[in-house]
Design a protein around this ligand. Structure first.
Ligand code: NAI
Length: 341
């Protein structure tokens, strides 16, 4: 077991509450981590005058890895999203979102086991927007062959490494023939190098309908930035909601692990948020560090708390608060658990 220096961004809204719970769970694994705490978003504005301070970027460049809580982006005005900036600045081009049913959480479906791979740097998130004339605004959707092929290759390599069988690309190339057409063509070309992995395409609206009607037909979904953002929340709703779905932003040099959900201002400051999504994001981080035994222990403990159902949070039908859930997980970890493979 190694010891690590990792950048920590607690974020705002429910961020600090779920971060506290997550750090306690990580500590219970015994993996030694020295956290380098950094701020971003609105919190960073008074001191640094920008939502993503250079200190934060330098810290991640030095450590290679960060664990991040959610950061609020004000709607319709204000500075550019700290999340989008971070992903672009560090070229974290792959957004990985595994979505798996957890026994014990009541949801509309059982045995969901999907992975969303979302391109994280382009598309309508390029931030190129302007007012052409009063009453007419324009946003530019940027898709490049290089980034499309890069994310497709990442997804196929991931599928190969994890023994997954099928990749489905979601697109709207019937309407956006050039931009989505390029994303699609790039993915198709990369797929030829991986004949053992089934390759499919679905128009995005049909994909959404089919996900709701028959989600088990899918394995990995490869999506451009905006579709990936939307479909991740849709799929999270199939397994119990945003409170339980983890994520990771991965590039060739750096990785930032964070839940799919946002800062949840409606429940912030009440210690009632579900920390599972962030705990599972930390689990992905531990796997990235090859700390598989610690990751397995967290997984066993969390799933065992859900199976028992006594200490789960309100969003999934329980009454426990954030701290009670984390304490229950830690208590399970103190007992010997069988490590899965
Ligand atoms: P949200 O994900 O914060 O909340 C949507 C709904 O899910 C809310 O009802 C919330 O209470 C619930 N929810 C989310 N996480 C939960 C948890 N851990 N436990 C229990 N319930 C949970 O999405 P919303 O409201 O659209 O966005 C709020 C802010 O978060 C916005 O400023 C947005 O820009 C930002 N955001 C930040 C992200 C990030 O930092 N990576 C990702 C998504 C949104």
């Amino acid at each position: 077991m190694g010891s690590y220096e990792i950048t920590l961004i607690p974020g705002d809204g429910i961020g600090p509450e779920i971060t506290k719970a997550t750090l306690a769970v990580i500590e219970a694994t015994g993996v030694e981590i020295k956290w380098e705490k950094q701020i971003a978003g609105q919190e960073a504005m008074p001191e640094y005058g920008q939502p993503v301070p250079n200190e934060l970027l330098d810290s991640i460049r030095k450590n290679g890895i960060a664990l991040k809580g959610p950061i609020t982006t004000v709607i319709g005005k204000g500075f550019r999203s700290a999340n989008v900036t971070l992903r672009k600045e560090l070229d974290l081009y792959a957004n990985l979102r595994p979505v798996k049913s957890i026994p014990g959480i009541k949801s509309r479906y059982e045995d969901i086991d999907l992975v969303i791979v979302r391109e994280n740097t382009e598309d309508l998130y390029s931030g190129i927007e302007h007012v052409i004339a009063p009453g007419i605004s324009q946003s530019i959707k940027v898709i490049t062959a290089l980034s499309s092929a890069r994310i497709a290759r990442w997804a196929f390599n991931y599928a190969q490494k994890k023994g997954r069988k099928k990749i489905t690309v979601g697109h709207k190339a019937n309407i956006m023939k050039l931009s989505d057409g390029l994303f699609l063509d790039s993915a198709k070309e990369v797929s030829r190098d991986f004949p053992e992995i089934e390759y499919n395409e679905r128009i995005i609206d049909n994909l959404c309908m089919q996900l709701v009607m028959n989600p088990h037909q899918f394995d990995i979904l490869l999506l451009s930035n905006l579709y990936g953002d939307i479909v991740s929340d849709l799929v999270a709703g199939m397994v119990g909601g945003l409170g339980v779905v983890p994520g990771a932003n991965i590039g060739d040099k750096y990785a930032v692990f964070e839940a799919v959900h946002g800062s949840a201002p409606d429940i912030a400051g009440k210690n009632i948020a579900n920390p599972t999504a962030m705990i599972f994001s930390a689990l992905l981080m531990l796997r990235h560090l090859a700390e598989n035994e610690a990751a397995d222990r967290i997984f066993e403990a969390v799933t065992s708390v859900y199976k028992e159902g006594k200490h789960v949070t309100r969003d999934v039908g329980g009454e426990a608060d954030t701290t009670e859930f984390a304490d229950a997980v830690i208590q399970k970890m103190e007992k010997p658990v069988k490590a899965s493979t």
